[in-house]
Structures are given as structure tokens and as C-alpha cells.
Design a protein around this ligand. Structure first.
Ligand code: BES
Ligand code: MN
Ligand code: ZN
Length: 495
């Protein structure tokens, strides 16, 4: 998609479609008013006919309106003017793009003129780019006949002349973020026979070459040397060899302690010997979306050349049932020395993450954030809207919550109280790997907290947000917007 920043009047744009907004109650925005005036009230006449009322998620295409250079005008509903917000703005942009007729290759959008509380031109333009890219994303489906791509390839975002510089920068920012989101989506959507731990390692290497990251991809022998008995326990049930990916984006001052991102990279989760039921098991190919979000975030900050030090750590393997697989009752020794009684082989995410968290200590991080499709219980608790956020440091939690609000990729703060820790007690090892049904997402976080004592740490449970089920099945690219925004705001602070 090609984006440009333009000024100029809506009636004069020689494009396939001009997009303007209408508030509920048929209230025209300034640009819609201009079109109405030059067309001798053609717009208000259509609205009066009752075909469109300005409600959110409604739209109407008009063809060959008198005195308007563009062949089509798309009216998009904005909802109640008094309630107009960034959320409604994003929804309107989404609805407009979805409603564009098939033949439209170029469009001019007149929506940044709208006043939104607590927003500015940078945010409005960047979000427009992000929403357009999100809406027009196409899965690289593996079909004999390739789907025909949509015609839409040029979008002009109209702003006031005085806003040009900021708007140009915002397009770049939005495109960088979207590149990260698309990359995460692509990886998540790949079938698990292609997206293996080896494949993820290769993708990370490619990314490192493009953006100048330092990279190491450790193989099984190297992981053994590190003493990652817990991670290797999960990996031992599969013929696919595990990988530990370590990426370094070092664009901050030498003395600046890095932020470490740790991503769960289970490329397929059958549950292991504690086998999952068959229904929808295919969705467990998304169990590497934590890893994908780390790679996606690296792509975004690489594009931005963000002045900050960030390390990415990705433990990746399959969770398979096999003669060699771990069994319920097995005891594993983690890299930290703490021992773990495996009571359920399906609670494997925490088993690979705990060793990665111990590995993170060597970077003397200013903060560590792990991202994982960790528990079904998190989906039961929060549904599919926010990611679950747990942290041993309130200040860090609040930074992440704010980044989520700003990027419309929200998280919800969950408790990590001492009260839950005893649910992990084991008679045979330092801890069990499950804590019973009550508060399942919390006891999973409690487990991880035992490996994150040496630094400020937060955990994002993205089981409900990383992909969509049903008709629109597919990876969402979340929480790349949250993580990227978090890093951008940190980079501004430590400057
Ligand atoms: N990858 C799953 C979590 C998951 C389940 C994500 C469903 C999205 C949808 C994880 O490895 C898992 O299986 N967790 C178990 C933990 C339980 C055995 C304590 C779960 O949530 O059922
Ligand atoms: Mn599992
Ligand atoms: Zn899993």
C-alpha cells in the first residue's frame, strides 16, 4: 500500500473514491459539507432519503456526483459527535476500507480533520495507517489458485498544510509498526509443518541481517550446556529439534541496561502425554504467537531505528506425545536449579519460559517482559479483548497498561499475590507445574515469578488476544502494538 499526505479540496481529487464522514443525525463533517455545497446539495439529499444516518459502522457509496472529480464518494458513519473518540475513529476507518467497492484502486481520506479528545495529528495519521494495513492484510494461503489481490493500492491521507511534517513522520511510524504486526501475523498463520523451531530460527536470522541485530540461534547441544533441563524436557517429545533464539537490538547508549522480551515459541502444542482433545487442536499452531510478537516488535523497532537496547529471547520447540516424551510425575531440573514436578505435560509453556527467564539474568536487564499464549484460563477470565498482565513491579505494569491504551492493544492488570503461590506446592519437588483449576492464569504467572526474582518483570498472557477463531480465523499480530509503543515511550524517557 502506498500512502501519501495531501492537502487540497475533496471535490478536486482525481481518485477512484473520496472518503468523508457523517455524524449520527446526518450531521456533515467539514469536508462532507464542501462536497455538499459544490454538488448542489447532492449529499444532503441522499441523507434525507434515509439511506444513511451516520451511525457507526454504516457507509454508503455514491457514484458520479455532480461537480466532484472523483467517480465515487464514500460516506462513512462516525456515530454521535459528542461521543467521538479514537476508538470510533479507528472503527470508522475500518468500516470505510471494508466498504470500498472492488474496483477502487486509489482513495483520498478526509477524516483527520475531526477533533478527538486526547489525540493529535501524529496519532490520527499513524492509526489510520495501522488500521488500513490491518484491514487489508491478506493471509498467504497455500492454495492451488492464488486469491486475486484487491485493487486498492494508493491512499492519500488529507491533512491541513501546517500538519504536513508531523503527518509524514506519522505515516513512517504507522508503516513501521504495521510491518511488525504483519510479520507476526504471517508467522502465526503458517502451518505448523512449515513454521517449526528451525524455521523460526531461520526467520530470526534473516531479520537480523536486514536490520543489523546481533543474533545467536542455539541448538540442542548448546541448550544442554546451559543446563536448561525444563525447556529440554518439553522438547524431548518431538523429532523437531529445539532452538533458543537470542536477538539483540543495541541502538541505545552502551551503558543503558536493556529491556528483554521473552516469547513463548511452542510451534505446536498437542498437550504431550496429557493429550488435548481433538476439537480445534489445529489452533495450537498459534502457540508460538508470543515468539512471533517478539520478532514482530523487533521488525518494528528495526524499521524505526529506535534508540534503545532491546534483547529478544525465544525458546522454541514442539510439545508432542512420544515414547521419549515427559510423563506426568517426571521431575525436571531447571537452569535455575529449582526442580519441577510435571503433573500435566500440557502446562508446557511455563516449562520453556522459566529457563529463558533465568537466561535473561545475564543481560542485567532494566525490565523483562515475557509474552505467551499461556493459559486457557486467561481466556475464561478476560475473554478476547485484553491480554492478561502480571508483574512484580507496579511501575512497570503501569507503563505497559498505558502503552496498551495508547496503541489500542490493551492489557488488564491481574493479581500476583503471595496468597496463590501455595497452589504450586509439591511433595516431591520444589514446585509443581500446575496449580489446580482455580485462578489458572494467576498460578501460571506465579510459577514464572519464581524465575524472575532478580529483575523487574511483567508477563503478558495473550491466549485470548493473539488470534481469532471462527470465520475470521487468523493471527491478530497482538501485542506488537503494545510492545512497540512501550519501547518507543521508554526510548523517549531514557534519551
Ligand atoms: N497453549 C496452551 C494455552 C491455551 C489454551 C491457549 C487454549 C489458548 C487456548 C497451554 O500450553 C496450555 O495447554 N495450558 C493449559 C494449562 C493447564 C494444563 C494447567 C490450559 O490452559 O488448559
Ligand atoms: Mn499446553
Ligand atoms: Zn501451550
Amino acid at each position: 500500500m502506498e500512502f501519501s499526505i495531501k492537502n487540497g479540496n475533496p471535490e478536486k481529487q482525481r481518485v477512484d473514491c473520496v472518503i468523508v464522514g457523517v455524524f449520527e443525525g446526518r450531521k456533515l463533517t467539514d469536508s462532507a459539507k464542501i462536497l455538499d455545497t459544490v454538488s448542489n446539495k447532492a449529499i444532503s439529499a441522499v441523507l434525507k432519503s434515509g439511506d444513511m444516518d451516520g451511525k457507526l459502522n454504516t457507509s454508503l457509496v455514491l457514484h458520479h456526483v455532480a461537480e466532484i472529480a472523483s467517480g465515487r464518494v464514500l460516506l462513512v458513519g462516525l456515530g454521535k459527535q459528542a461521543e467521538f473518540s479514537e476508538r470510533n475513529y479507528r472503527q470508522a476507518v475500518r468500516a470505510a476500507i471494508k466498504a470500498l467497492p472492488k474496483g477502487v484502486a486509489s482513495a483520498s481520506i478526509f477524516l483527520t480533520e475531526l477533533d478527538i479528545k486526547k489525540s493529535d495529528i501524529h496519532s490520527k495519521v499513524a492509526q489510520m495507517v495501522e488500521v488500513v494495513m490491518d484491514t487489508t492484510y491478506q493471509v498467504n494461503a497455500i492454495k492451488a489458485k492464488k486469491a486475486e489481490p484487491k485493487a486498492l493500492n494508493k491512499i492519500a491521507i488529507h491533512v491541513a498544510k501546517s500538519e504536513n511534517t508531523q503527518a509524514e513522520a506519522a505515516v513512517k511510524y504507522g508503516l513501521a509498526l504495521s510491518a511488525g504486526v504483519s510479520f507476526a501475523k504471517d508467522l502465526g498463520n503458517l502451518p505448523p509443518n512449515i513454521c517449526t523451531p528451525t524455521y523460526l530460527g531461520e526467520q530470526a536470522k534473516k531479520l537480523a541481517k536486514t536490520y543489523g541485530f546481533k543474533i545467536e540461534v542455539l541448538d540442542k547441544a548448546q541448550i544442554e550446556k546451559l543446563g536448561m533441563g525444563s525447556f529440554l524436557g518439553v522438547a524431548q517429545g518431538s523429532v523437531e529439534p529445539p532452538r533458543l533464539i537470542v536477538l539483540q537490538h543495541l541502538k541505545g547508549k552502551k551503558t543503558q541496561r536493556p529491556v528483554v522480551l521473552v516469547g513463548k515459541g511452542i510451534t505446536f502444542d498437542t498437550g504431550g502425554i496429557s493429550l488435548k482433545p481433538g476439537a480445534e487442536m489445529d489452533e495450537m499452531k498459534y502457540d508460538m504467537c508470543g515468539a512471533a510478537s517478539v520478532l514482530g516488535t523487533f521488525r518494528a523497532i528495526g524499521e524505526m531505528k529506535l534508540a534503545i537496547n532491546v534483547i529478544g529471547i525465544i525458546p522454541t520447540c514442539e510439545n508432542m506425545p512420544d515414547a521419549g516424551a515427559i510423563k506426568p510425575g517426571d521431575i525436571l531440573t531447571s537452569m535455575s536449579g529449582q526442580t519441577i514436578e510435571v503433573l500435566n505435560t500440557d502446562a508446557e509453556g511455563r516449562l520453556i519460559l522459566c529457563d529463558a527467564l533465568t537466561y535473561a539474568e545475564r543481560f542485567e536487564p532494566s525490565a523483562v517482559v515475557d509474552i505467551a499464549t499461556l493459559t486457557g484460563a486467561c481466556v475464561i477470565a478476560l475473554g478476547n479483548h485484553p491480554s492478561g498482565l502480571f508483574s512484580n513491579k507496579d511501575a512497570l505494569a503501569h507503563e505497559l497498561l498505558a502503552a496498551g491504551e495508547k496503541s489500542h492493544d490493551r492489557a488488564w492488570h491481574m493479581p500476583l499475590w503471595q496468597d496463590y503461590q501455595h497452589q504450586l506446592d509439591s511433595n516431591f519437588a520444589d514446585m509443581a507445574n500446575i496449580g489446580g483449576r482455580a485462578g489458572g492464569s494467576i498460578t501460571a504467572a506465579c510459577f514464572l515469578s519464581r524465575y524472575a526474582k532478580k529483575y523487574d518483570w511483567a508477563h503478558l498472557d495473550i491466549a485470548g488476544t493473539a488470534w481469532k477463531s471462527g470465520k475470521e480465523k487468523g493471527s491478530t499480530g497482538r501485542p506488537v502494538p503494545l510492545l512497540t509503543t512501550f519501547l518507543v515511550q521508554r526510548a523517549q524517557k531514557v534519551k
